[in-house]
Design a protein around this ligand. Structure first.
Ligand SMILES: *Cc1c(COP(=O)(O)O)cnc(C)c1O
Length: 365
């Protein structure tokens, strides 16, 4: 993997680009540096590629498509397939190239000139889009145990002009799962808001907020093919919501944005979803194995998680990051985030990768 050398200082000088909105200039570029090492545990990806036979079938279908023709305007065939898989009305399904794009569109729908309410720490894309698009961003600190500050969030819902409320279950980057009562309480308090339940990792936690979302036309469940499905490179995510909210979201989705390859890959994946369950089972087993192997570490604390990743609190995060990297393992530092002092975020890999991780962490002091 290569990345461009860093930009010369004067190329980013704001005053040479007066047309760029100040809000955009003020936001730093997405902070991600790819590392070229064998064990990649820094992006919560699935350690396994899309199964080879399914990949071959998707490519065969791609070969039969006319590449000179635009794909489906709103990926209607795929919306129906996703609806069938999720037991949802196809009119309430919105597909985008990754759920990150949906987060941008949700901010355009209900955040611009309004409020984006979330917790802190939170998934960086919510706050990034809010800042870029000039939404009023309100963040409330998580409780000490990483649960949501429900009372404070309800007070904020009542005292701010509406907009978007983000609830992440399991939470990122902590992997914490709140009680269904807490989530319901918030969704019910947010009837004038667009309420997003981001369920990017729900396969690993076994939580499922479809029923709650079904009862609230202003709510949506955000799901992705990037994690449990092992299709992060294909770029696809979707919202499950009411037809009314879906219709408005769809207006903001660029026409023809779900490309032909993505459509072929997802059609094949949705025809053969059994592989997902097998991998999720292994991922959950491996997560528990790693957490228990690190339980008695003298200086590092592995925090419980319901996702395909966990937080490791270490005495010296910079040294720990370098130590793991020297052993060919890249993880993500989170220690500058509020409430996450000393924390590294580590994805669960394949068993041999997890063995290497455990061994490397055992050597940390
Ligand atoms: C990984 C992740 C997503 C998925 O993003 P995509 O654009 O679909 O790859 C969404 N929300 C959270 C909290 C995530 O961690």
């Amino acid at each position: 993997m290569t990345s461009l050398p860093s930009m010369p200082q004067d190329a980013s000088e704001a005053r040479t680009l007066p047309g760029v909105r100040p809000a955009v200039r003020a936001v730093p570029a997405y902070p991600f540096t790819p590392a070229d090492v064998p064990i990649k545990l820094d992006q919560n990806e699935n350690p396994y590629d899309f199964p080879a036979d399914l990949k071959a079938e998707a490519l065969r279908r791609m070969g039969e498509r006319a590449w000179n023709r635009y794909p489906d305007l709103h990926a209607d065939t795929l919306r129906e397939r996703v609806a069938g898989y999720e037991g949802w009305d196809a009119h309430g399904v919105v597909l985008t190239p990754g759920s990150n794009v949906l987060i941008k569109i949700l901010t355009e729908l209900a955040g611009i000139g309004q409020t984006v309410l979330t917790v802190e720490p939170t998934f960086s894309v919510y706050t990034l889009e809010a800042s870029l698009l000039g939404a009023r961003l309100v963040q409330l600190p998580l409780n000490e145990d990483f649960s949501m500050p429900v009372t404070a969030l309800k007070a904020a819902l009542a005292s701010h002009e509406p907009g978007v409320l983000y609830i992440t279950q399991p939470h990122a980057p902590t992997g914490f799962v709140d009680t269904p009562e807490a989530v319901r309480d918030l969704v019910e308090a947010a009837r004038d808001w667009v309420v997003v339940v981001d369920e990017a990792y729900h396969e690993y936690s076994g939580t499922d907020y479809r029923e709650l979302v079904r009862q609230h036309p202003n709510a949506l469940s955000l799901r992705t093919f990037s994690k449990a499905w092992g299709l992060a490179g294909i770029r696809a995510g979707y919202a499950l919501t009411s037809p009314g909210l879906a219709e408005n979201l769809q207006k903001l989705v660029s026409a023809f944005t779900m490309n032909a390859l993505t459509q072929c890959a997802l059609e094949v994946a949705l025809e053969h979803p059994a592989y997902v369950q097998e991998r999720v089972q292994e991922g959950v087993q491996e997560r528990e194995r790693v957490l228990s192997a690190l339980r008695d570490h003298p200086t590092c604390e592995a925090l419980p998680s319901q996702g395909n990743f966990f937080l490791l609190r270490v005495p010296d995060p910079q040294a720990a990051y370098a130590h793991l990297l020297s052993r060919g393992i890249v993880i993500r530092r989170q220690d500058s985030l509020p409430g996450l002092r000393g924390c590294l975020r580590i994805a669960i890999g394949a068993p041999a990768e997890n063995d290497a991780l455990i061994e490397a962490v055992q050597a940390l002091r």
